[in-house]
Design a binder for this molecule. Structure first.
Ligand code: ADP
Ligand code: ADP
Length: 226
């Protein structure tokens, strides 16, 4: 059973289809990148998976369970983690509390352990008591990843996760992110407009144009075909 599956997923704004009958599956342990020009529907696709948008047609499934289509499961009940371009960390909470925020369902006695575990995963065990403004951009991005992974989601969705970082840092944080994803065995869907990023991160790459998946395959399959 795929971790995430979109089946004929369609979303229109007015008469304009932003995402048009998209079929896409991501299996556990797999990283799929979605690439395409601005306005091709990348964010909409991710938002459909996250439950931030409702599809007009088709289905979204997480771990084999229908979460959008004939039934509706809201974002917080989908076992989906999200990482945004701008981190979206809570400025008034320290790093540990930022991460603990999504762990309401975990018995209280287990929360500190889980927070410590994901801090170690992203190499930030020493920074649990800092506030976001006391961290570098790269560290903030790693906290955002730790927060997304802490509830052990079935799939993690990353929307242009490194675009706010400068070029050197981007490569470094990308590598750290991949290591963390591989260590947890999470399925991940990563939206990017950067070909290098799509190539270096994706086990498979989906090329989106005008809301339609034009191509999907391994990096060599996608970039060696016309
Ligand atoms: P991308 O992430 O690839 O830049 P988007 O998914 O943001 O593309 O947008 C796809 C299309 O849907 C674009 O034509 C965009 O203008 C349109 N769109 C996205 N969000 C909205 C919205 N909330 N209202 C109206 N149109 C939207
Ligand atoms: P509360 O604010 O609810 O009294 P805490 O101040 O202990 O709880 O911190 C909030 C959450 O972050 C808790 O789930 C706690 O277990 C966790 N936490 C706080 N500091 C750390 C830390 N340094 N390492 C790991 N987990 C921490």
């Amino acid at each position: 059973v795929p971790a995430l599956e979109l089946v004929g997923a369609t979303k229109s704004y007015g008469s304009h289809p932003a995402v048009c009958e998209v079929d896409l599956a991501v299996t556990a342990g797999e990283v799929v990148t979605v690439i395409g020009p601005s306005g091709c529907g990348k964010s909409t696709l991710l938002r459909l998976a996250a439950g931030l948008e409702r599809p007009d047609g088709g289905e979204v499934r997480v771990g084999g369970k229908v979460v959008a289509g004939p039934t509706w499961v809201p974002p917080e009940r989908r076992h989906v983690g999200m990482v945004f371009q701008d981190h979206a960390l809570f400025p008034h909470l320290d790093v540990a509390r930022n991460i603990a925020f999504g762990l309401d369902d975990l018995p209280r006695a287990q929360r500190a352990g889980r927070v410590a575990e994901v801090l170690e995963l992203v190499g930030l065990s020493h920074l649990g008591h800092r506030h976001p403004h006391e961290l570098s951009g790269g560290e903030q991005q790693r906290v955002a990843l730790a927060r997304a992974l802490a509830p052990r989601p079935t799939v993690v969705l990353l929307d242009e996760p490194f675009s706010s970082l400068d070029a050197n840092l981007r490569t470094q944080v990308r590598t750290q992110t991949l290591e963390a994803l591989h260590e947890t065995g999470s399925a991940a869907l990563v939206v990017t407009h950067d070909q290098t990023e799509a190539l270096s991160m994706g086990d498979r790459i989906a090329v989106l144009k005008d809301g339609v998946v034009r191509q999907i395959g391994t990096p060599s399959e996608v970039y060696e075909s016309p």
